[in-house]
Design a protein around this ligand. Structure first.
Ligand SMILES: C[S@@+](CC[C@H](N)C(=O)[O-])C[C@H]1O[C@@H](n2cnc3c(N)ncnc32)[C@H](O)[C@@H]1O
Length: 356
């Protein structure tokens, strides 16, 4: 495998050949974001290179509804990321764990090898994917329990768990996961608001709450029930939009560490950069509001002024001393969850979708 394996996971990796988990036909998602269709029967060499690369392999598009290009809805994640997540889970043999998002079964098999397969329950929402995971797991004699269902509810019959690991991302951390983790336990969860859905959080669980810290960048597909896509801008956007100008570069406002602060303030809004012969345009798209920024020209329409909000959020981030992402944390309780900077009293933004 083209990745460094942390020593405690070496035996699990050796006992779990990734090729037993990858379907004969899939899509190799390379690190430069290009995709290569792979087919074991027609090009076994490329298939094997994909399997033993450090890249994700996409195993389902559009919830299985379509062939060809579409949204990625299931995969065998990047091996190095899988191992980082498992290592951050800080497990010991004999602990119990719940995995949300079985996918191919690969990460569940690794976990089962380390802590004992009887101690791992994994939940997959898609029945076909759950079935093929069961077949894959049988190939490595891994009798972890695969449940077909919505992992947003956790799995009460198996609780409390020492550890919870999600391999689909959330904006709102389901409280069921906190409730079903033993106090003192840990949860590893990919998290982020729509404009910055690429953070790996490590939660320490208390008696009735959990506190999370960002540990890494990580791109994951959303948990099904938390998917959200805004509509495109309306056809008459040019006519209805207010126009103004800006001195700020959208790439800076949505730059590395600022992006999370802006994303939190904007809530349910998506950012899309489009390039054509005239240059680059940033689109901000929310359910009822739209903005475009191109070459300093700003156009905004709808209920909100999204670029004005982005500029205000960016100023807030500068005023706070340009905090880097690990300074942002989340507290999750039964009533609500909130993001804070440095200390729990310094609340940044209430996760809007939870309150809507
Ligand atoms: C990145 S893949 C999982 C990778 C997997 N751990 C592996 O090693 O192959 C994410 C999976 O989460 C599943 N998923 C999405 N929403 C879910 C939900 N609400 N409950 C359970 N599984 C869900 C998807 O169907 C998909 O198979």
């Amino acid at each position: 495998m083209g990745t460094n394996v942390p020593e405690p996971w070496r035996a699990a990796v050796d006992a779990t050949p990734r090729e037993l988990f990858i379907p004969d036909r899939a899509l190799w998602l390379r690190s430069d974001h290009t995709t290569v269709p792979i087919d074991r029967s027609t090009d076994p060499d490329t298939w094997l290179r994909a399997v033993y690369s450090n890249d994700a392999v996409i195993t389902q598009l559009d919830d299985g509804a379509a062939a060809g290009d579409g949204d990625f809805t299931s995969s065998c994640s990047m091996p190095s990321l899988v191992l980082t997540m498992l290592d951050e889970l800080d497990v010991k043999p004999g602990m119990t764990a719940l995995e949300i998002g079985t996918g191919t079964g690969y990460s569940g098999a690794l976990l089962g090898h380390r802590i004992g397969p009887q101690n791992v329950i994994t939940i997959e929402v898609d029945p076909q994917i759950a079935d093929s995971a069961r077949v894959n797991l049988a190939k490595v004699d891994s009798p972890i329990t695969v449940i077909t269902g919505d992992g947003a509810a956790g799995y009460p019959p198996g609780s409390p768990f020492d550890r919870v690991i999600a391999t689909a991302s959330v904006e709102t951390v389901p409280y069921s996961w906190v409730e079903q983790t033993r106090p003192g336990g840990l949860m590893i969860v990919p998290w982020g608001p729509p404009m910055a859905n690429h953070h790996l959080m490590r939660f320490v669980v208390g008696d009735d709450s959990a506190v999370g810290t960002i540990i890494e960048s990580a791109n994951f597909m959303r948990l099904r029930s938390q998917r959200w896509e805004p509509p495109d801008e309306p056809d008459d956007f040019d006519e209805i939009a207010d126009t103004s100008t800006t001195d700020l570069d959208p790439r800076v406002v949505l730059g590395n560490h600022a992006r999370l602060a802006v994303a939190l303030h904007l809530g349910e809004c998506r950012a899309v950069f489009e390039t054509d012969a005239s240059g680059e345009t940033l689109w901000l798209l929310a359910a009822d509001s739209w903005a475009s920024v191109s070459g300093g020209a700003v156009r905004q329409a709808g209920a909100r002024r999204l670029w004005d909000e982005a500029e205000a959020a960016y100023s807030w981030w500068l005023e706070q001393g340009s905090p880097v992402r690990p300074r942002f944390h989340i507290t999750v309780t039964a009533e609500r969850q909130w993001v804070w900077l440095d200390s729990p009293e310094n609340e940044v933004a209430i996760n809007r979708s939870q309150n809507s």
